[in-house]
Ligand binder design. Structure first.
Ligand SMILES: Nc1ncnc2c1ncn2[C@@H]1O[C@H](COP(=O)(O)OP(=O)(O)OP(=O)(O)O)[C@@H](O)[C@H]1O
Ligand SMILES: [Mg+2]
Length: 282
């Protein structure tokens, strides 16, 4: 097909040869299958901030490192320069996370390049060499559900050991490649140690996995891996060698009022963001 304008720059730069087809147009990006030499790759074009959902506006950008204080002030003020800086931070967050997690041995698409707002990465494929399906488009046997659930929990542990929480992990952001599940879509990934919402995001990621695979293997619905993982992480005891039980003794006794209030605030902010999104798409 004719290269869309945003990919034309990559053709001119010699980063890709041809555009094969459009794969998806998601809320935040358009994804294309492209060719470079003998290789078939995936190109993710980020949409302009105004065309995107507001999920980054809530909490994901907290504690994102910005390069200088002018940038930080501009981002805080929401000026044009600020919006551009925020936009660049959002896009490069996915690229940074992909490099970091690939290095840590997490199964994510291998990143190749990031040029003019386009991320070039490995195309995740099924056994036939076609773009791999998302988990939500696949039906699993109980045995496969248990196996994939376990291996994805191990990936979440690996990410946490590398200091990262995905933050939007679900059956919609995991592809089933010929060699097993591959985690995608990381612009909202957060720093596990530096972000106040990291715990809540990790717990939600783990619950999403449980609820999805629990449809096929109902015994998974009784597991509770998230809090166990987080506690080990906080105590500096989490490693990829640790065997998790899936059960967690909740501490009774003193209630941490500060964290309860924070949870309530979080829920409110998230609800407000959702309404805003619905208004936008409605
Ligand atoms: N590396 C890849 N290999 C194969 N397919 C991919 C790859 N990256 C993305 N896709 C496809 O493109 C879709 C959208 O990608 P992604 O989730 O990263 O973007 P998004 O804009 O956040 O989408 P959404 O809003 O639907 O979550 C994925 O669901 C998947 O089907
Ligand atoms: Mg997605």
């Amino acid at each position: 097909m004719k290269a869309p304008p945003r990919l034309q720059a990559l053709v001119e730069e010699g980063l890709i040869d041809t555009v094969v087809r459009q794969l998806m147009s998601g809320k935040e990006a358009m994804v294309y299958v492209v060719r470079r030499g003998d290789h078939t790759l995936c190109a993710k074009i980020y949409k302009e901030a105004t065309n995107r959902s507001f999920r980054q506006a809530v909490d994901y950008t907290e504690n994102r490192k910005v390069k200088n204080s002018r940038q930080a002030r501009a981002m805080a003020k929401g000026s044009k320069f600020g919006r551009e800086a925020q936009e660049a931070a959002w896009q490069s967050a996915e690229v940074d996370a992909l490099y970091k997690l690939a290095d840590a041995g997490v199964r994510v698409p291998r990143p190749y390049n990031f040029f003019e707002g386009v991320l070039l990465m490995e195309l995740v494929t099924d056994a036939a060499g076609d773009a791999a399906p998302r988990l939500n488009d696949v039906v699993f046997s109980a045995e496969d559900a248990r196996r994939h659930h376990a291996s994805l929990l191990a990936e979440v542990v690996r990410m946490l050991c590398a200091g990262t929480v995905h933050g939007d992990l679900s059956e919609f952001n995991i592809l089933l490649a010929a060699d097993g599940p591959v985690i995608i879509d990381l612009p909202q990934a957060v720093d596990a140690a530096g972000n106040n919402h990291a715990q809540r995001m990790l717990l939600r990621d783990v619950l999403n996995l449980r609820d999805f695979f629990g449809q096929f293997a109902p015994e998974l619905l009784h597991t509770d891996f998230g809090p166990e993982m987080w506690e080990l992480y906080q105590r500096g005891l989490l490693s990829t060698e640790v065997t998790l039980t899936g059960h967690y003794q909740r501490k009774t006794g003193a209630v941490d009022m500060g964290s309860v209030l924070r949870e309530i605030d979080d829920a409110r902010a998230e609800d407000a963001a959702r309404r805003l999104r619905m208004q936008q798409s409605g």
